[in-house]
Design a binder for this molecule. Sequence first.
Ligand code: OVM
Length: 405
Amino acid sequence: MTPAPHATAAQPTSDADPFAPDHLARPEPLHQALREAGPVVHLTRYDVHALARYQEVRAALVDWQTFQSGAGVGLADFRHEKPWRPPSLLLEADPPHHDAPRRVLRDVLAPPALHRLRQTWRAAAEELVDDLLASGRTEFDAFDTLAKAFPLRVFPDAVGLGAEGRENLLPYGNMAFNAFGPRNALVAADAPRVAELSAWVSAQCTREALAEGGIGARIWAAADRGDLTAQQAPLVVRSLLTAGVDTTVHGLAATLYAFATHPDQWQRLRQKPELARVAFDEAVRWQSPVQTFFRTATTDVTVAGTVIPEGAKILMFLGAANRDPARWTDPDRFDLGRDPSGHVGFGMGIHQCVGQHVARLEAETLLTALVKRVDHLELAGEPRRHINNTLRSWASLPIRIRPAG
Ligand code: OVM
């Protein structure tokens, strides 16, 4: 037998397809199998090297020199395949090109820059929850009414988007996150809308489309100062629109799902509402809304004794690393008592989620409004997953609540 082009002889292999619907719907069994198979597992179906243990995933994330992003962070190798859209200037770039766009986005999304949003978002969260409770309903789909509704209410306004076409944001993100995977049925299902959705998103990234005072306008202001070129500015705005909506929607859904299935932890949050931020990070660890990203080896590299050859694609299982029993005690438990810092749900290193403070502010304001008004919450039916090649996402989350006395 001749070895596959990107594998070494003694390396554990697997013919599993991590992008098959069953694994996407319930990834834990495959994650465990991959962690146990070894530190580097050759996935024969795609000829890629899988990392599922915390130590190796983290090490790959921080070593951007060896594990590059510029050849794409999906299965497609941009050195040989044309990307489905012009590559992201942040996500799909390496230093030095990566750095100026990163700095600009970091500054406009940094905690001090978000300070002015806090009061508005707190009021929006209180209004959303008050309206829901005023309707008298105690059973509802928390995915639609909270996880989806809240980010869509606050984030597009903060960016400065126009009122038209906001319903395109989630489908566009869904498409972008599917595109990191193989060209399977999920990607085929998105194909009819690629041109239309991409055109809409591009049109929202121009200077003229973005309201004064918003995050989008601040990116254009950075271009006016010379921190970005006028060609870069719209693509940096595009990153906000691609990575900023589905991620927070499904991250909030993960958080609500966590509490609905761990009512004791809700009581803990009621006692100590200042745990809201820790709760969100713990939910990101526990569910890992972004499940996977790829890198490409810039050189032959030895990982825990296995040689990964130059040019090979490496698939990092963030969700598996976040539940690695070698790193986490009782990893499958959602637990407000643990310190979830160090989880790789936002990545690690130079590409670590630049929008994480936005996500945390959304979670904090929504959870704080909810915990003041709701004594108890639990599942009211079987939640339904939405299947995506990269996102651990939701279709519905039926819950039952007991409003505060
Ligand atoms: C981007 C981007 C960044 C992170 C995730 C992502 C679709 C996209 O810069 O466009 O997922």
